[in-house]
Design a protein around this ligand. Structure first.
Ligand code: ADP
Length: 609
């Protein structure tokens, strides 16, 4: 036994031994001295020795027993306490487990999406009850269905392929597919497939009903198709409309020009012809604006940058409005910075903006002056040199109220109804100008004081450029047309008469053909310096006729320059003319000066030269 325990027991035994010995001595004394009155029989040493010898083992045994019992009691109560604690822990864990299970069940029962677990062998392990809401099958029925029963055959193969390609713990892969409900109706599901990466290799599939979304997608696709068809119809309509409008305008403008130039008119008749001409030019600019704007709206504005001279732009735009301004007693002043350098920008489009500002300035100004101001700030960018060009048209006209200054740049927007009644217009000019400038990444705006005048301005940046040397034929003097033999292929009798009236005074010999077939035949028979070819004609159109002429082997006509003369003025229509073998394009209504320039430019040349 452990010596420490023995020592402890001996120490605990000693008091008991002392009590027993003390009691034996007291009893010996009381019996012999006090009770029997024989003090000689009182032997304390003997009593002490006997009591010690007898009491010590007894006391030791008794103490040992007591200590063992106490030890056993302590051990027992410690073990009871430990068991109690373990029971409490187990109860707590059980409660937590029950709560977690309740929550999982709640989740599974109330999921709107469907969750399914499949064993690696392809057996169903779990299906959330939401399957019933989605497919009409209860979870139990679903568990018994073969995997292919609900999915359309084409989609089933694809889904199988996706499942085969999954890797444990890898990213989920999604698929949309068509699915049959218990009642036979069709729905669309979107499922996400993944293999668990915990070693179980279980397949987890979460599915969602996306029938509504699919329906919307189909509706949107259908709506888009309809919108595209409507937009194509609108473009066709526009192209037809502008063609139809330009054709009669050709006759009105052309014959008014012929009349105006003739010397036989008295003053009143000449003034009235001038009015017809002004009105038809206004009508033509409305047609042009509408066509231009719808092309811009459709995002079809292609810029065509090239070297252009800003100073020349200012003077040619000013010259175009000068007559109208002078008639109102208004002076047009050009103010350009000293050394405006040529730039690489879409010059014609910038001129369109400047001309629009100028036309408005003339329209809305009754007295005073109109100033065209151009300035340029040269800056370096990268390798080349760039510049910021600012154009301003300053007038002393009616001005624009602050409320209207933003809105006038919107389409069909005019400052006020009374003004638009008085001055006319479509409200498209500034909207077109804004789109052109924005397409060039520039800025456009107006500063104005009501009743005092307005300053319309734009700012565009572009690289500086060199102007190409002028071509010699561009300088060809009018009058070079005399003696030219021209074939006019045109189905419209009024237009045939118009071209005769416009060209014959200049000594041009005009022969006519009424459609493409007659035109090709005329080319086969005769010799001409130039062909003016209409495009839309009955029997054979101008493009086909041109191709046939170009294909005529050995004939001299095959190399004759052909200029399209048509109301088809859209860029793609012009491209089609050139692709068919024509050399140039003259838009209807015909401008007499441009017609003469065209005749002068092309007569004496050969096709493609
Ligand atoms: P339109 O001139 O055909 O009506 P615009 O888009 O060119 O179309 O102009 C829109 C409107 O802006 C005009 O109707 C007019 O109210 C206002 N406006 C344009 N230029 C001026 C100007 N120089 N002075 C006063 N008002 C102007």
């Amino acid at each position: 036994m452990n010596p420490a325990i023995v020592k402890n027991r001996i120490l605990q035994t000693a008091p008991a031994v002392a009590v027993i010995v003390g009691a034996a001595l007291a009893a010996d004394y009381a019996l012999n001295v006090l009770f029997l009155r024989r003090p000689e029989h009182f032997t304390p040493l003997t009593t002490l020795a006997i009591a010690t010898i007898v009491a010590t083992p007894l006391a030791y045994w008794w103490t040992s027993q007591r200590l063992r019992v106490e030890q056993m009691r302590d051990d027992l109560s410690a073990s009871v306490r430990a068991k109690q604690k373990a029971i409490e822990g187990a109860e707590e864990a059980l409660a937590k487990y029950r709560e977690a299970e309740r929550l999982y069940r709640l989740l599974g029962d109330n999921l709107t999406d469907h969750v399914a677990l499949w064993s690696p062998k392809g057996e169903r392990l779990y299906s959330s009850p939401s399957i019933q809401r989605i497919t009409g099958y209860s979870a139990e029925e679903f568990m018994a269905l073969p995997p292919s029963a609900m999915v359309s055959p084409a989609d089933f193969k694809r889904v199988q392929g996706i499942i085969r390609g999954l890797t444990p713990g890898g990213p989920p892969v999604s698929a949309d597919y068509e699915c049959f409900r218990k009642d036979g109706s069709t729905i669309w599901l979107e499922s996400s497939y993944s293999r668990l990466g915990d070693g179980s290799n279980i397949l987890l599939v979460t599915s969602r009903d996306i029938t509504e979304r699919k329906r919307l997608e189909l509706d949107i696709a259908k709506a888009l198709e309809l919108a595209e068809a409507a937009s194509a119809a609108k473009s066709d309509f526009l192209a037809n409309m502008t063609h139809e409008l330009r054709t009669p305008l050709t006759a009105i403008i052309g014959f008014s020009e012929v009349l105006r130039r003739s010397r036989g008119l008295n003053k009143t008749a000449a003034r009235q012809v001038g009015h017809i001409l002004d009105a038809s030019h206004t009508l033509l600019s409305v047609v042009n604006d509408v066509l231009d704007f719808s092309r811009l709206e459709a995002g079809g504005l292609e810029l065509d940058p090239g070297p252009f001279d800003p100073a020349a732009m200012a003077s040619s735009c000013a010259a175009l409005v000068e007559e109208r301004a002078t008639a109102k007693g208004i002076q047009v002043v050009i103010r350009t910075g000293k050394a405006l350098q040529p730039m690489n920008l879409d010059g014609p489009r910038l001129s369109q903006v400047l001309l629009n500002f100028l036309s408005n300035a003339v329209k809305f100004t009754a007295r005073g002056a109109i100033t065209v101001a151009l300035s340029q700030v040269v800056e370096s960018e990268g390798d080349g040199r760039w510049a910021l060009l600012r154009g301003e048209v300053i007038d002393t006209g009616i001005g624009i109220s602050p409320d209207n200054r933003e809105a006038i740049f919107d389409r069909f927007s005019q400052a006020d109804a009374a003004v638009s009644r008085r001055f006319g217009g479509t409200g498209l000019g500034l909207a077109i100008s804004r789109r052109i400038i924005e397409r060039m990444d520039g800025k456009i705006g107006v500063d104005s004081v009501e009743g005092e005048g307005s300053t319309f301005w734009f700012e565009v940046r572009g690289p500086l450029a060199e102007l190409p040397a002028l071509e010699s034929e561009a300088m060809s003097p009018l009058g070079a047309e005399a003696g030219v033999r021209l074939l006019l292929v045109e189905d419209n009798a009024v237009n045939r008469e118009l071209i005769h009236a416009m060209l014959e005074p200049f000594g041009v010999e005009v022969e006519t053909a009424n459609d493409g077939v007659a035109g090709v035949e005329a080319m086969r028979q005769g010799h001409y310096d130039l062909v003016l070819m209409d495009v839309q004609m009955p029997v054979m159109d101008g493009l086909t006729a041109t191709r046939k002429i170009r294909a005529m082997e050995g004939a001299r006509g095959a190399a004759t320059p052909i200029v399209a003369m048509t109301a088809n003025v859209l860029p793609e229509q012009i491209t089609n003319c050139l692709a068919a073998g024509m050399d140039d394009h003259l838009g209807k209504p015909i401008n007499p000066t441009r017609l003469l320039e065209m005749v002068a430019r092309w007569s004496g040349r050969t096709h493609g030269a």
